[in-house]
Design a protein around this ligand. Sequence first.
Ligand code: ACO
Length: 431
Amino acid sequence: MGNDTVTVTNNATGKSAEFPLLKGTHGPDVADISTLYQKLGIFTYDPGFKSTGSCKSAITFIDGEEGILLYRGYPIEQLAEQSSYPEVCYLLYYGELPNKKQYADFDKIMNHHSMVNESLRTFYQGFHHNAHPMAIMVGVVGALSAFYHDSLEIGDLRHQEISAHRLIAKMPTIAAACYKHSVGQPMVYPNNKMGYAANFLNMMFSVPADDYEVNPVHARALDLLFTLHADHEQNASTSTVRLAGSSEANPFAAVSAGIGALWGPAHGGANEAVIRMLEEIGDAKNIDKFIARAKDKNDTFRLMGFGHRVYKNYDPRARIIAKMAKEMLGTTSGTDPLLEISLKLEEIALKDEYFIGRKLYPNVDFYSGIIYKAMGIPTNMFTVLFSIARTIGWITQWHEMINDPQRSIGRPRQLYTGAAKRDYVPINARG
Ligand code: ACO
């Protein structure tokens, strides 16, 4: 074989084998070790997938060292500045930016699917009023599969597309209804005259008894936040969607599994955890105490919103969001004390050897919660908003996975460390 291979030698047996080195458009080469077990009789061990590429993908690229994020090749900074979330949805799913007609058609389709089946509304009544909205999301999104038996043929391209449209269009309606249930207000129907983000804010905050006007600054900020959260290659929730979907489960079930994975504080739940942490810090004078706790190996406390598995330079989304947080907080009355604490915390952490040495920088969620809070979004809805935004990423990745000719059910192996083979002992003979 040529140079584009890696050789693996098992020193225990003296056996060697060569494996192809695959080259992507950007990023490090990838050793194709799919025949490792067949050739050398060994598995690889990589808990947390720190060195493992789980698939080929043409959707999103991240360079964690350089702080680069591209959707279909377009830098996130350009999309944040010049595009909009619906256009980004089109770009991610179809691979190219739409022309005017394609965009108008897409917009029409999204509007067509924005309502949910009336019977779905009754599902909410089964949840206690103080249920976490992410718990409701997992259930309700999974339950969508019960409504669309006509389009769940996962190998059918048109069915795939309709399911994608339904998911993207219905997520804001489903999410806003979670909030309305928690505050005991009637669910608000979508208004197709409004843009995607404005419509969501209207469904969250308007009530039948009064007038409500969506703040355009908030709608623009939300659209931007949705854009920044739209996709992030093979993160925990996306990998969950791919793995669940690889068993040929329907896309609603797969996305519901992804929502469950997103909920955790090490992933999408971090935006909620950041606000709770800032509230716990309470005053800038307490920051040193919390920094010391974050550095203490005997304390499980971590600085929420700091660190990222991939970004070891700076999260480019955090840079865009930080700017917006400062601009937006200027439009609300007074300065938010949490913003002040967060700015101080960021300043102190970025000078601290512990954080510098470990390349721990603020991530996208360090600021997103502060912006959501300024819009009046309750803390327990933050991760729900993340799930609305990430739905396009999940369904696009599912779509790519399901149409991949190399697709097979995701089935990792393990290093077994349990008891060695032994014989069953009848209960009366046990000591
Ligand atoms: N505060 C304090 N120390 C930290 C933090 C933190 N937020 N994050 C990592 N570290 C330390 C670890 O203790 C470890 O130290 P050690 O080498 O002395 O043992 C080192 O930095 C490396 O940490 P790992 O956990 O190995 O890094 P990993 O890549 O597995 O974790 C993660 C990344 C989960 C994001 C982590 O940084 C974290 O828990 N951050 C806080 C939660 C958070 O903000 N999550 C949102 C991620 S962004 C998103 O999902 C949209």
